[in-house]
Each structure stands twice: as C-alpha cells, then as structure tokens.
Ligand binder design. Structure first.
Ligand code: GLN
Length: 193
C-alpha cells in the first residue's frame, strides 16, 4: 500500500487521513521535517496558510519541504495550494514556488460566502462536489498546468506533472475521486522512477 504524508501543522488534516484510509492508503501525519522520510506522496491540507507558514519557519522545515515538493507527488487543497503556488496575491506571501500558478487569497468573499457547488470536471463520472471555504482563486496558470475543473471560468482543480491542487475541499465531501486521482499520480510516479 502507498504511504501518504498529511501535513499536520494546522487545519483540516484529519479528514484527509480518513479519506486516504477509505481508499486503502496508509496516512502518516507530518509534523517535523524528519517525518517526510519514507512517504510516497504528501497532502498539504486547507486551514490558514499564514499560520502554517509560521510553523514551517521553524526547524528549517520550509527549505526541506521546498525540496520535497519539487520532486515528490504533492496534493495541495485550499491553503495548501497557496503554499504550493509560484505567486500569491491579496496580499503577497512567501510560498514554496512549485506549482506554476498565481493564487489570490480569500478571493470569493468572507467565511459566510463559503459554499458547496456541483460542476462537471474532467474526472470520469458524475459532476464533482466542491466545498469552498474562504477559498483562494487561481488567477493565472502556466502552460504546463492542466485544468481539470472550473468555477465560473477560473480553474479550481489543476495538475502540473506530479503536483495536484484543489482550491476546494475534496476531503470534506463523500466523493473520493480527487484523492484517487492523487493516488494514481503517486503510482505513476513510482513506476517511472
Ligand atoms: N483563507 C485561507 C488562507 O488564506 C485558506 C482557506 C482554506 O484553506 N480553507 O490561508
């Protein structure tokens, strides 16, 4: 079985761990740079990106994580996308610079404007359930970035090689297809090495 790390500094990491278990993968909670050893991929959950950054600035975690996400499959959701992105706006913020997108933080309004939508996507099957919570908006995608789902013309699920990013929270719905896609990306990556 695949062992998938879930960054557990703050935010919605427990729900990711249970979705991984449902799909037969083994989750490992990641709290220190040394925890990154022995995992096949990593999920960076939603939460508050500024708070996560504060934790990452301890123990040299930021630099170790930056190297990790450049070479190992990583799936960012919401705040995780903000951390993965090349550029962050509203306001500008330090990030790992791995995924070639620009994200605008808190772009869909305040907490009260958080919403659940169903929309067509490139994943097989029914429309995708998308839970948005103070979500960032992807305002630019680089040319290697593939868009898998949109919300009002803006990408909300994207892939760039070994990186997957969702501005919504697939771990909070019942639909496991986005996590399954990430497990498939990990398996492909392992096979190609
Ligand atoms: N608003 C949060 C941030 O900017 C992200 C929200 C989320 O992850 N649900 O970090």
């Amino acid at each position: 079985a695949l062992t998938v790390g879930v960054l557990a500094l703050q935010g919605a990491y427990d729900a990711h761990a249970s979705t991984l278990r449902k799909l037969g993968a083994t989750p490992k909670l990641i709290r220190l740079p040394s925890d990154l050893g022995g995992i096949d991929g990593l999920i960076m959950p939603g939460g508050e990106s500024t708070t996560m950054l504060k934790f990452l600035e301890q123990h040299g975690f930021f630099e170790v994580l930056k190297d990790f996400v450049h070479s190992t499959p990583t799936f960012g959701t919401c705040a995780g996308v903000i951390l993965l992105a090349k550029d962050v706006t509203n306001p500008t913020q330090k990030s790992l610079g791995a995924l070639d997108v620009t994200v605008e933080r808190n772009s869909y309004g305040r907490q009260i404007d958080s919403t659940i939508l169903h929309a067509a996507s490139k994943l097989p099957g029914d429309p995708l359930e998308m839970v948005f919570i103070r979500a960032p908006r992807i305002t630019r995608t680089g040319k290697e970035v593939e868009t898998l789902a949109n919300r009002e013309e803006h990408p909300v699920l994207v892939r760039e090689g070994h990186l997957l990013a969702a501005t919504f929270h697939p771990e909070l719905g019942h639909d496991t297809r986005v996590h399954q896609l990430f497990l498939d990306i990990i398996a492909q990556h392992k096979a190609n090495r």
